[in-house]
Design a protein around this ligand. Structure first.
Ligand SMILES: [Cu+2]
Length: 121
């Protein structure tokens, strides 16, 4: 009887271990690795700052009835990292962030649309 109980405990232990092994190692920072999105609406980006993990693809969607651009750079100076070009209503633009850092972007069509950020960790 005692041996039987020990055997059951061992089986339980093995099952627990198997479950543990199946879990992927915890990543040190944000868990979003498949995709993230930003919406352009009301002449601003939502969220204004998006935090993602390295390797995440961000997709922007323009919900405004006007053309916007998603252009990387600070103080309205393009830095050439990414640029959607003209993006009409309901059009999307995607970019995959492979390096860590803070990436500021703006819309080249509208002076008020500045200071948006993607923070990659
Ligand atoms: Cu714009």
């Amino acid at each position: 009887m005692r041996a039987h109980r020990l055997a059951m405990s061992l089986i339980a232990l093995v099952l627990v271990s198997a479950c543990g092994a199946a879990v992927t190692p915890a990543s040190p920072t944000p868990t979003a690795t498949t995709g993230a999105s930003v919406t352009y609406q009301g002449f601003k980006a939502t969220p204004l700052t998006l935090e993602i993990a390295k390797g995440t693809t961000v997709t922007w969607t323009n919900k405004d009835n006007t053309t916007h651009t998603i252009t990387s750079g600070t103080n309205r100076q393009p830095d050439g990292k990414f640029d959607s070009g003209d993006t009409a209503q309901n059009e999307t633009f995607s970019f995959t962030f492979k390096d860590a850092g803070t990436f500021e972007y703006f819309c080249s069509k509208h002076t008020s649309m500045v200071g948006f950020q993607i923070v990659v960790r």
